[in-house]
Design a protein around this ligand. Structure first.
Ligand code: GDP
Length: 319
């Protein structure tokens, strides 16, 4: 069996360095040196769980691999390593048949509204700035909207980023109606020929009913303008499996089109990404790998798995 040649993303490789060094790189070492024994399976299981792939996803993965092993597909540890990487890529594939017209990171032609949702502190404001910068780089004309009117500093922080990037921004007073901010942002976009409205939304979960009400209100306003809207959930990788619990609550409130996983550079347990996609049945669109505006990678399952297993620093690859 030949080793796969994955698409490379040096920025992502740097961003997942801790997770690679602590877990996935070690799996490659375990599988590189052994014939497959019960101990091999145990070590791989321990490392996957250590990386925060999650118990359910780890067991499902190992069941599939054991089945393939029993069918004689793998003879050496290296074969198993390739099989594991294939299965990991499959776990991350966007759910099929879901969300017709899903725009993906590039969005479609024409005016679009992106509602960015997530708990305070996950890196939502920074991610909005990164997304604005990214989509502008794709030739889109972006406007930001400070729809989180509960945080006194929320609007100010977003406006600082907007100034720094030279992006227009509809600010807000604390306590203002987020619906009216979104309305103003859409009107400004139409008047100025802009096509991408990125909306910050409130990030406190404890008042879930209000949150749902608020997101629904925002959606109604967008729908009234007959503009496609997309809910993008921001999750902090350093919170591990807790992020999934948060995600479910938001998914219930807002529906989910895509996910951005932030702070992958800050954790050795970046394997949580593998449980997010199957658990939420939604694709990861981007990952954040630092505090700077261009520390954002478009998510590609193969590049992600490749970055976890291979530092790309000249290790040999048989193709
Ligand atoms: P918000 O409260 O969700 O809007 O979060 P902020 O955007 O204010 O970010 C909270 C902190 O996380 C800030 O110190 C950011 O610089 C930091 N941050 C955001 N994204 C990333 C990332 O991908 N990597 C790292 N290391 N830090 C990040």
């Amino acid at each position: 069996m030949f080793r796969r040649l994955f698409k490379k993303d040096p920025q992502l490789e740097e961003g997942v360095k801790k997770t690679r060094a602590s877990f996935f790189g070690r799996i490659a070492v375990v599988l590189g040196r052994t014939q497959i024994s019960e101990e091999t399976w145990n070590e791989v299981e321990e490392l996957l769980i250590g990386a925060d792939v999650g118990v359910a996803a780890t067991e499902a993965l190992l069941d599939r691999l054991r089945l393939r092993f029993a069918r004689g597909e793998f003879r050496t540890g290296e074969d198993l390593n390739v099989g594991l990487q294939d299965e990991l890529v499959e776990l991350l594939r966007p759910p099929k048949g879901q969300l017709p017209g899903l725009p993906g990171p590039g969005l479609n032609e024409g005016l679009a509204v992106v509602l960015v949702i997530g708990v305070n502190g996950v890196g939502k404001t920074t991610t909005i700035a990164k997304l604005g910068n990214y989509w502008r780089g794709q030739g889109r004309r972006v406007i930001l909207a400070a729809g989180d009117t509960f945080r006194a500093a929320g609007s100010a922080q977003l406006e600082v980023w907007a100034d720094r990037l030279g992006l227009p921004c509809i600010g807000s007073q604390s306590g203002a109606d987020p619906g009216s901010i979104v309305f103003d942002a859409i009107s400004a976009a139409k008047a100025r020929g802009l096509d991408t409205v990125i909306v910050d939304t409130a990030g406190r979960l404890h008042t879930k009913t209000n949150l749902m009400e608020e997101l629904r209100k925002i959606r109604r306003i967008v729908e009234r303008h007959e503009i496609p809207s997309h809910s993008l959930l921001v999750l902090d990788a350093t919170t591990g499996q807790n992020a999934i619990l948060q995600a479910r609550a938001f998914a219930d409130a807002a529906g989910l089109d895509g996910i951005v996983v932030t702070k992958l550079d800050g954790t050795a347990r970046g394997g949580m990404v593998f449980s997010i996609v199957p658990e939420l049945n939604a694709p990861v669109w981007f990952v954040g790998t630092g505090e700077q505006v261009d520390d954002l990678s478009e998510f590609d399952p193969e590049a992600f798995v490749g970055a976890l297993f291979d530092s790309g620093n000249g290790e040999s690859r048989d193709v």
